[in-house]
Design a binder for this molecule. Structure first.
Ligand SMILES: [Zn+2]
Length: 353
C-alpha cells in the first residue's frame, strides 16, 4: 500500500512538473532527442539539419563555363601545359616532343581526358603522375588505357597505400621517390617534391618551372571554403604549415585539384588568413567555455555527454566569432563552417598548437 501511495505521489509530482514545464514553454525531452537550442545559436543550420537555401556563390569564386556537350574545359597554362577540368575537379597534362604526361585522372571526367589531349596532339600518354592515392583524383587512371610501357610516378607512401587498396582503377606506381624527383620529358620538366602529410601521406607538390605552375591537390580551394574538416586533412597542424608554405612559394598559377578556376597568391593568402582567424576563434572559445554549464544534472556522470555539450558550445562561440568577417568572403561558407569549427577545436585539444 505504501508503495502505491509513493507511486501515486510520484505520478502526481511528475504530471505537475510536466504541467509546469508546459506553462514555462519548455517541452519535456525524450532522452537522446533535441532539447532547447543553445543560447546564441548561429543562424547557419548545424550539421545534419537541412538548409532551405544555401548562400549565394560569389562571382569571384566562379570559373569559365563548361560546354555541356563536352563536359570539360581545357585551359592552356603555359607552353605545352594544360588544365583539364569539369569545374569541380582539376587535372593537368604536359605535352613534350614525343608524348604526353598526365597528372591525375579524376573519375568524373576521366573518359574526357583522352579527348582533351586529342584537341592538342595525337601523341601517346607515356607517363602518369599521381598527386596522391585518393580515388576521386586518380580513380580514372584505368580508363586512360595506358600502354604497358607507360611509367606511373608517385611518392613511395602512395605506392604503399595503393598496394594495400589493390584497386584495378588505380594501378600501382612503377617509379617512386621519397623527397624529390625531377621528371625530364623531352625538353619539358616537372619537379615533384614531398612536403609532409597535411592532406594525405604521399600527397606531393608538382611544379612546372617553365610554366611557373604549381599543382597541389586538396589543400587550397581558390575562392571557396575548404571541403569539410580542412578537406579531411590527415594532419591538421601539417595542413596549416603547408598552406603557409604554398603562400610563401614562388609560382604564377596554382592548380588545386578542385573548384572552378585556378588559384592566385591572393587566394592562398585569403585561405591562410581565414584559417588563422578560425584557429584564434576556436582557441579563445576553448579558453572561455566551461565544461558542464547548462548540462542536465542527470548527465554529469556521463563524460561523453559532458564533452558533447562542451564542444557544441565551443563551436557555437567559434561560429559566432567568425561570421561577421567571413560569411560572405568564401563561397560555400555555410556548407562547411560547422565542420571546420569542430575540426579546429578538436585539433587544438588533441594535436596542440
Ligand atoms: Zn585527396
Amino acid at each position: 500500500m505504501k508503495r502505491n501511495v509513493n507511486a501515486l505521489a510520484k505520478g502526481l509530482l511528475g504530471s505537475g512538473l510536466v504541467l509546469l514545464s508546459l506553462i514555462a514553454g519548455a517541452q519535456p525531452t525524450k532522452p537522446g532527442a533535441p532539447g532547447e537550442p543553445y543560447p546564441n545559436s548561429p543562424e547557419i543550420a548545424p550539421i545534419g539539419v537541412r538548409i532551405g537555401k544555401y548562400m549565394e556563390v560569389s562571382e569571384s569564386a566562379k570559373g569559365p563555363a563548361i560546354d555541356p556537350a563536352k563536359g570539360y574545359r581545357l585551359e592552356k597554362l603555359g607552353p605545352g601545359l594544360y588544365l583539364v577540368t569539369d569545374n569541380a575537379y582539376q587535372s593537368m597534362f604536359l605535352e613534350y616532343e614525343t608524348g604526353v604526361v598526365v597528372i591525375d585522372a579524376p573519375p568524373p571526367y576521366a573518359q574526357h581526358i583522352l579527348k582533351a589531349i586529342g584537341e592538342v596532339t595525337q601523341k601517346p600518354i607515356t607517363h602518369v603522375v599521381y598527386t596522391h592515392d585518393h580515388i576521386d583524383h586518380i580513380g580514372g587512371t584505368k580508363s586512360l588505357s595506358l600502354a604497358t610501357s607507360a611509367t606511373i610516378i608517385a611518392h613511395e607512401e602512395t605506392k604503399r597505400l595503393l598496394a594495400r587498396a589493390n584497386d584495378p582503377n588505380r594501378p600501382v606506381p612503377t617509379v617512386t621517390f621519397k623527397d624529390k624527383y625531377t621528371l625530364k620529358a623531352g625538353s619539358q620538366t616537372l619537379e615533384l617534391s614531398y612536403h609532409g602529410i597535411a592532406h594525405e601521406p604521399g600527397n606531393i607538390f608538382v611544379y612546372a618551372p617553365a610554366q611557373k605552375t604549381l599543382m597541389v591537390v586538396d589543400v587550397i580551394f581558390p575562392g571557396w571554403m575548404p571541403w569539410r574538416r580542412f578537406a579531411l586533412a590527415k594532419d591538421i597542424p601539417g595542413y596549416f604549415a603547408q598552406v603557409a608554405e604554398i603562400n610563401g612559394m614562388k609560382w604564377d598559377k596554382l592548380v588545386s585539384g578542385h573548384v572552378e578556376r585556378i588559384g592566385t597568391h591572393a587566394d592562398v593568402a585569403t585561405q591562410l588568413e581565414f584559417m588563422n582567424d578560425l584557429k584564434a576563434a576556436a582557441r579563445q572559445a576553448l579558453q572561455s567555455t566551461k565544461p558542464g554549464e547548462g548540462l542536465t544534472p542527470d548527465d554529469k556522470a556521463n563524460p561523453w555527454a559532458v564533452f558533447d555539450n562542451y564542444i557544441d558550445r565551443v563551436v557555437i562561440q567559434c561560429m559566432n566569432t567568425l561570421a561577421p568577417k567571413w560569411s560572405k568572403r568564401l563561397a560555400g561558407y555555410d556548407v562547411f563552417i560547422w565542420d571546420q569549427c569542430y575540426a579546429m577545436e578538436q585539433s587544438l585539444r588533441i594535436d596542440g598548437e
